[in-house]
Design a protein around this ligand. Structure first.
Ligand code: ISL
Ligand code: CA
Length: 558
């Protein structure tokens, strides 16, 4: 297996809108990020993945881009960007940009032109089709509810949008589209950025003829119809030859619906496409009836089975990304741990140990390093996210779901859980802004905030810091081979890593009760690299009794 810096790095994702507001308008911005670089340096991360900062009408918080080469007004200027990049580099921190090129905003000049007439030179930059007997051209549904087609009166045709109607899909089959995108990427690389996180890159190649898709759930064809389409690997290889291979970058593809087999191709170790991908199978295990909306917790046995499949399936052939949180996912402490005051910190640390000792590049989402939790939503008016709002409307109004049943499910899974402001301190708006935040601050910032955790030795922050430092120090954590123990145990996540003469044992009790686990004899005199749990001051892990307290975890090294 090739050794490279991006395999040895830890990435931190910033959602700029909610990270730090420097000018009191209630919206996080680039200067806010620059202010907090020392905080990130303290944590020890190597790379920042910046969610979109480009000009955008903000129908989907920046994932609808109207100019790929301008900064969103609310976030600052290009000069602010350059200063942030320079200050990050001065601290040895790299910056990876979000690349959202499955679609643009409908306000992007390409689309404005494309829409203007049937024979405009940019017409074929997007998917325009005739309707079928007064209905859309096919049965595809949008990920944000409703049809994936929008009728446009001007030219009496429909355009395709797999996300909101303000996010028309680009036509990657058109070589001029690819040329424009590749040139734009090159200009960012020339500016000195360090890589790309590629939004829904598995969706860029649509099946030939745009056929109807099977209706699995509800009214529309399964949204999976365009995943891993016929030419996606050709397009990525072309992108690699034209752009990526000329620079030293970290590239990660967001690939919902990817399988291990597909990922071996996308993230192959020969480096012909991307470095790694985000898979979603482990994040979908707490869904129900084909929807993500549910109040279930992540079931541990299937979770272990899934993550282990990815650990073993890519070993030596491709490279894993490791994540439990991002701007689209509710907080992991609620999904897998215990947000109550008794075990919140212990469970956040246990979950972190469990993920960070695996093979792959770990991604930490802002606030995860503090054990931030979901927001206590009280009514539908509390939501800002287009996905949550549209789903609530469609499922209640068109499918007759009882709002009292649906609301808690949306509240548990809404993307807004991840988007409440970063909790810096105990002051009114958690130190995020001096103005009115664009989305309310979680009231629990009184207990959960960075200031307090930086001062306290046993905080979740310190735990993450230690895990990151361990990865930088022990090669086995980066490159070791993975093996799962106790696959059927409903509470314990236990695995080993092996590299040459070394061995790591990772033991996590992901339950709220005591368990007994006595490690194999060979670990009797092993070094303890990290140990966490409630009330563990005077006990060493692996003592004769083998008692594991709720959410206790440790790592042994031989
Ligand atoms: O959020 C989701 C879970 O319901 C996904 O369907 C999500 O929309 C999908 O993973 C794609 O996400 C990415 O592209 C979207 C954008 O809204 C997300 O924020 C982004 O991460 C469209 O650009
Ligand atoms: Ca601001």
């Amino acid at each position: 297996m090739n050794k490279t810096w991006w395999k040895e790095s830890v990435v931190y994702q910033i959602y700029p809108r909610s990270f730090m507001d420097s000018n009191g308008d209630g919206i996080g911005d680039l200067n806010g990020i620059t202010e907090k670089l020392d905080y990130l340096k303290k944590l020890g991360i190597d790379v920042i993945w910046l969610s979109p900062v480009y000009r955008s009408p903000n129908d989907d918080n920046g994932y609808d881009i109207s100019d790929y080469e301008a900064i969103m007004d609310e976030f600052g200027t290009m000069a602010d960007f350059d200063r942030m990049l320079e200050e990050a580099h001065a601290r040895g921190i790299r910056i990876v940009m979000d690349l959202v090129v499955n679609h643009t905003s409908d306000e992007h000049p390409w689309f404005v032109e494309s829409r203007s007439s049937r024979n405009n030179s940019k017409r074929d930059f997007y998917f325009w089709r005739e309707g079928k007997n007064g209905s859309p051209p096919n049965n595809w549904g949008s990920f944000f509810s409703g049809s994936a087609w929008e009728y446009d009166e001007k030219t009496d045709m429909y355009y395709l949008h797999q996300f909101s109607r303000k996010q028309p899909d680009l036509n990657w089959d058109n070589p001029h589209v690819r040329r424009e995108v590749f040139d734009m990427m090159t200009r960012w690389c020339e500016k000195g950025i360090d890589g790309f996180r590629m939004d829904v890159i598995s969706l860029i190649s649509k099946p030939d003829g745009l056929p109807d898709a099977p209706v699995v759930n509800g009214l529309y064809g399964d949204g999976g119809c365009a995943f891993n389409g016929p030419y996606v690997h050709d397009y990525l290889q072309e992108m690699n030859e034209e752009v990526l291979s000329h620079y030293d970058l970290l590239t990660v593809g967001e690939t919902p619906n990817v399988t291990v087999e597909e990922a071996r191709q996308y993230a192959n170790d020969e480096g012909t496409e991307l470095n790694m991908v985000f898979q979603f199978e482990h994040m979908n295990l707490d869904g129900e009836n084909g929807y993500k909306w549910s109040t279930r917790k992540l079931p541990l046995v299937p979770l272990k089975e899934n993550l282990s499949k990815w650990q073993i399936g890519l070993d030596g052939l491709a490279w894993n990304s490791l994540y439990f949180c991002n701007h689209d996912q509710p907080r992991i402490v609620n999904r897998l741990g215990d947000p109550g005051s008794l075990f919140r910190e212990a469970s956040a640390k246990c979950i972190a140990t469990c993920l960070h000792m695996m093979q792959g590049t770990p991604f930490i989402y802002q606030g995860e390093e503090l054990g931030m939790t979901n927001y206590p939503f009280r009514s539908i008016k509390d939501f800002r996210d287009i996905e949550s709002i549209n789903a609530y409307r469609e499922l209640t109004e068109q499918r007759g779901m009882d709002p009292a049943v649906l609301f808690p499910m949306i509240a548990a899974k809404s993307r807004d859980n991840a988007r409440t402001p970063m909790q810096w301190d105990v002051t009114e708006n958690a130190g995020f802004t001096t103005g009115t935040p664009w989305i309310p601050v979680n009231p629990n910032h009184i207990e959960i905030n960075a200031r307090e955790q930086l001062l306290r030795k046993d905080s979740v922050f310190q735990h993450y810091k230690k895990l990151i430092a361990m990865r930088h120090h022990y090669e086995i954590i980066v490159y070791g081979h993975y093996q799962l123990l106790l696959p059927e145990d409903p509470d314990l996540f236990v695995y080993t890593r092996d590299l040459e003469d070394h061995r790591l044992l990772v033991v996590c009790n992901l339950s709220d009760h005591n368990r007994i686990y006595v490690p194999d004899e060979v670990f009797r005199h092993a070094e303890v690299l990290i140990h966490s749990g409630p009330d563990i001051q005077d006990c060493s892990p692996c003592a004769e009794s083998g008692i594991l307290r709720p959410y206790e975890s440790y790592v042994l090294y031989l």
